[in-house]
Design a protein around this ligand. Structure first.
Ligand code: SAM
Length: 214
């Protein structure tokens, strides 16, 4: 047992990555596409693997994602659900939504994924309850709004996840911060204290929050 955390050095990362979160050819090509024509703001392979495992562990059959980009995290989660599952993923950029549809098609997942193109706060009110898991990775200043929708959409016992809850450490820095910092601070405070949730944070990537809906 230990109360201190081991720092993940580049050497340790290089040892762990091929063992525990290898990318297959499709994920490598998708990441290369993002490097060539999109912003490289997708989750890491390490976080993709964890998202997939959380989908599997929760037995999710309906997953909601806010922030598709080109579909990198979506591929990890849709694959983890298997053919009986369905991913609804929301993306406001028409360019990103189109690229994602292409990648879900190439991954053989087109029939298991719906890309909803539009601003999240316009799309989310149109969705129906009964999701097993929701994952937020879009506008940080809107995370509390996404949470309000997810509390309607995700079933009791389901999971609500959010990426970037460390925001590069800026959530813990002094000062008022910009709209993104304030958005994530408000979100962290909400999930930590809302009696409808039990929450923690996993220090993977830029911080992944995990909340169980009671
Ligand atoms: C960090 S990227 C998502 C990465 C993706 N989850 C992955 O790991 O592959 C954020 C995406 O959210 C989209 N986005 C930002 N604000 C949005 C909004 N208000 N509604 C819907 N999508 C939004 C951006 O266009 C961008 O593609």
């Amino acid at each position: 047992m230990s109360t201190t955390a081991t720092t993940v050095t580049p050497e340790l990362q290089a040892y762990l990555a091929p063992l525990f979160w290898p990318e297959d050819r499709l994920l490598q090509e998708l990441a290369r596409d993002l490097a060539e024509r999109g912003p490289q703001i997708q989750v890491s392979a390490e976080e993709g693997r964890l998202l997939g495992m959380l989908v599997t562990l929760s037995g999710a059959r309906r997953v909601l994602e806010v922030g598709t980009l080109f579909g990198y995290s979506g591929v990890w989660m849709a694959r983890a659900m298997g053919p009986a599952g369905h991913l609804d993923t929301v993306e406001f950029s028409p360019v990103h939504a189109e690229a994602a549809r292409g990648w879900f098609d190439r991954a053989g997942l087109a029939d298991r994924v719906t890309v909803h193109q539009g601003p999240a706060l316009e799309v989310l009110p149109r969705l129906h309850a009964g999701y097993d898991l929701a994952f937020f990775d879009a506008a940080k200043s809107e995370y509390c709004d996404y949470l309000d929708h997810a509390l309607r959409l995700v079933r009791p016992g389901g999971l609500i996840l959010a990426d970037n809850v460390f925001w590069g450490g800026r959530v813990a820095a002094g000062g008022g911060g910009d709209a993104d910092v304030r958005g994530i601070r408000d979100y962290n405070a909400r999930i930590a204290t809302d009696p409808r949730l039990t929450s923690t944070v996993i220090p993977v990537g830029d911080g992944l929050s995990v909340s169980v809906v009671r």
